[in-house]
Design a protein around this ligand. Structure first.
Ligand code: HEC
Length: 223
């Protein structure tokens, strides 16, 4: 068939008519639009407090209202280039230490060991990996002496609380990471994976640090 200007015009006209039909019929289906619903901030007799809006859950952060300070970053004033805080910003009592112990056993003991000696069940397999990593014995300051900390000027026995917070939150940078190669077990970005994404409650991280410091003062017998 030869395509002439007239046949083309007819075809376009037909498509337009069909399109209009489709629009007309679909637009008539208003069920979703008309369904029963609460508009924002209207009253409702469904909920006991008479409000259609549900109360905010605890810890809700308003847009632009995220608090960035020493407690949420481990750095003085929350400034990412400032020094690490040297004291734990939460007040520590027996409950906090118990919480820290429980969280330590959940999030850290698999690698660093329940006794903090670096001999958790996952330590052996990880040490046999490509990087041959050794878990620091976190409860034994003597064994942390002279251990170099990536990108920092202090050794691990001198590391301030804020650095511990940073390590838990962001992980420990792998200085040998090669960004031109895929991230694999032999080429990881972090030698210690950030546990912060699992420990969402900021103060739980501080509670763990408080517990570690307490154990460093009086470490358990190693065997
Ligand atoms: C999957 C195993 C694993 C878990 C779980 C783990 N760590 Fe580690 N951690 C490591 C390894 C491996 C290193 C040594 C990293 C290195 O030498 O580069 C390390 C190092 C550290 C260091 C020293 C950081 C440094 O710069 O050398 C601290 C502090 C630490 N871990 C604290 C913790 C705490 C607290 C937890 C629990 C919240 C935890 N880790 C959970 C594997 C783990």
């Amino acid at each position: 068939m030869q395509v002439t200007a007239t046949s083309l015009r007819r075809l376009v006209a037909r498509i337009m008519v069909l399109g209009l039909f489709a629009l007309f019929f679909s637009a008539c289906h208003l069920d979703m639009y008309d369904q029963p619903k609460n508009k924002a901030l209207t009253a409702s007799d469904f909920f006991a407090n008479g409000s259609s809006a549900r109360p905010l859950i605890d810890g809700t952060v308003s847009r632009g209202g995220l608090k960035i300070d020493a407690r949420t970053t481990g750095r003085e004033g929350g400034d990412p280039t400032a020094a690490y805080v040297t004291t734990n910003p939460i007040s520590i009592d027996a409950n906090v230490l118990a919480r820290g112990e429980a969280r330590y056993k959940i999030y850290c003991a698999s690698c660093h060991g329940e006794k903090g000696n670096g001999k958790g069940p996952a330590a052996g397999p990880i040490s046999k990996g490509g990087l041959g990593l050794k878990m620091p014995a976190l409860f034994y300051v003597d064994q942390l002496k002279g251990k170099v900390v990536a990108n920092e000027s202090f050794t691990l026995d001198q590391a301030p609380d804020g650095y511990f917070f940073n390590a838990i939150t962001h992980g420990v940078a792998n200085l040998k990471y090669d960004p031109t190669k895929p991230e694999t077990a032999d080429n990881p970005k972090y030698t210690m994976f950030p546990a912060g994404y699992r420990i969402q409650i900021v103060d739980d991280r501080w509670a763990i640090i408080a517990y570690i410091r307490e154990m460093q003062k009086n470490p358990p017998a190693q065997k």
